[in-house]
Design a protein around this ligand. Structure first.
Ligand code: PHE
Length: 315
């Protein structure tokens, strides 16, 4: 029997022999039942045999289990030279990426970032910006009005008013956030991301404005000699007002932003003496800049959250 146990090579056979030995009708079970009729010597011998056999079964069982585990592991060997599973790496959304870049550049020029509420009161969105009630320039932006007279912010200029009210002048800041207008086509959505810079101090001129904008566009679009075209324009809160175009890929002019010298009335509305301080403001849609930089055709897609579209453009 001992030999037999040692020679068994599968767990199944071992189990079968164990059952045939120690099971209800097993051979050892039957012999143990007769123990009461045995003399002491025979009894001791049977006990010893019983113990020995059980130990043998146990040993063989763990040997066979170990062998089974080893052969399983050998079959599952790891090939470290195989290619890994392809993984999609996440990236920042193009809008976020553009915002991080734009604000990084402006901050490096000394502008500090400000934000403000998207639901704005009339004062900050219009009146303080030299656009009182019934001013025709209110029609320049198709506004979403709320029942209580507040508006969905149409321009981040509102943030500039808040910043001047809070910290006075001199000030060099930019406001950033979403703005809302009733318009919708490939380059305009009802919501867009706007950034507006403001620099007020004692000797700030239009030349400072153009210098900063040229440097900013050069850094953002990675162009060495940015060609700008300055056109006269109109905004109620700047005087003179200009529109800045940029030469794009050597042939066309693109309208990039509105800007101008801050209107004395705006400064007065924020408690600033315009005879002492003056400066400039500029504003642009940063989602439009992102479209240009990354070659995206439709602004609305930027807000669509469709990963397939983003992948197509390399994000
Ligand atoms: N707020 C203007 C707009 O939304 C842009 C602008 C900002 C123009 C600052 C001049 C100065 O159209």
């Amino acid at each position: 029997m001992q030999e037999q146990i040692r020679n068994i090579n599968t767990l199944e056979e071992l189990q079968a022999l164990y059952a045939a030995t120690f099971g209800k009708t097993g051979t050892m079970t039957a012999r143990l039942k007769q123990m009461k009729d045995m003399d002491n010597a025979a009894r001791a011998a049977l006990n010893a045999e019983n113990t020995e056999l059980r130990a043998l079964f146990k040993t063989r069982q763990s040997e066979l289990e170990h062998a089974a585990l080893m052969s399983k592991l050998a079959g599952e060997s790891l090939d470290a030279t195989l290619d890994g599973m392809p993984e999609n790496r996440g990236t920042l959304h193009p809008l976020t990426q553009a915002l991080v870049e734009v604000s990084g550049i402006l901050e490096s020029f000394g502008y500090t970032m400000h934000t403000g509420p998207e639901v704005e009161d009339d004062w900050h969105n219009f009146t303080a910006l030299n656009t009182p009630a019934h001013h025709p320039a209110r029609d320049m932006q198709d506004t979403f009005f709320l029942p209580n007279g507040n508006v969905m912010r149409t321009q981040t200029s509102a943030i500039q008013i808040r910043a001047m009210e809070e910290s006075g002048v001199p000030i060099k800041m930019f406001g950033v956030g979403s703005t809302y207008r009733k318009e919708m086509d490939a380059t305009h959505g009802p919501m867009f991301g706007q950034i507006e810079g403001l620099y007020i101090d004692k000797d700030i001129t239009m030349a400072d404005l153009i210098g900063d904008i040229r440097a900013f566009l050069g850094r953002f679009f990675e162009i060495d000699n940015v060609e700008l075209r300055i056109r006269p324009s109109y905004f109620p809160f700047t005087d003179p007002s200009i529109e800045i175009d940029m030469k794009w890929k050597g042939d066309k002019w693109l309208e990039i932003m509105g800007a101008g010298m801050v209107h004395p009335n705006v400064l007065r509305n924020c408690g600033v003496n315009p005879d002492e301080y003056q400066g400039f403001a500029f504003g642009f849609g940063w989602d439009r800049l992102a479209m240009l930089k990354y070659g995206l055709p439709d602004l609305r897609e930027l807000y669509g959250n469709d990963v397939r579209w983003l992948r197509k453009y390399g994000f």
